[in-house]
Design a protein. Sequence first.
Length: 276
Amino acid sequence: MNIPELMQYAFFRNALMGALLASIACGMIGTYVVSRRLVFISGGITHACFGGLGAGFFFGFPPILSAMVFSVLSAFGIQWLSHKQGVREDSAIAVFWSFGMALGILLTFLTPGYAPNLSEYLFGNILTITRTDLTALLTLSSLLLLFFLLFYHAIVSVSFDSEFARTRRLPTQFIEYVMMFFIAVTIVLSIRLVGIVLLMSLITIPQMTANLFTVNYARMIGLSILFSFAGSISGLFLSYYLNVPSGALIIFVLIIIFFGAKAIKAIVKKNRLAMG
């Protein structure tokens, strides 16, 4: 089946639109995460949300909704413990990471029958994205864009030096808590793309690739969105033709793009030195 024939199917068009919207959200959030060095926190929130999924399966709630609530509470909990209670940040992350995973495993095990679609949440399946998921991703991307436009300079300052931002009387704490909220929501709404296991890569690898070409914050966001979308689309089409899981292949393609870009930059730099 060729590409025009695939585009006739609603589920495939939903997957393409989901890839675009998730790339926009992850591009903005991932740039903040990488610049602020919050990759480990993002990993903790990602794995902690499994507790919310388990609660959704066990109590009969929509898993995405319960995972979102659990992720937001985990994000705020990590922020509160590390900033207000004197707990080391890595220790606070470990607490919520392990608690979420343990709770998720227990509740999933105790759920009567078989937990539906569990593998899709763990490993991702972009082809299962629904119109409801697209609406949620569109709302998230719009809110993120609005927030970045309103507080761009404050976000950039907090990203690189929160202490300096605080001395300039910028709303540092407000930015930190709102961005933690957006990180948690972005993680949950992007689960269907690559799953809990690989999701951390979606908000770090495109940003690492973008950082090879620019240190400008706005350009980094733009390039991150571009690389993320390119990797998602390439992984989606390849997974269809190779009949392999889409989530793993999307991350694999993103890694190839990163190393390819790094190799090209090294070759160009070497040629410039040779000519100079």
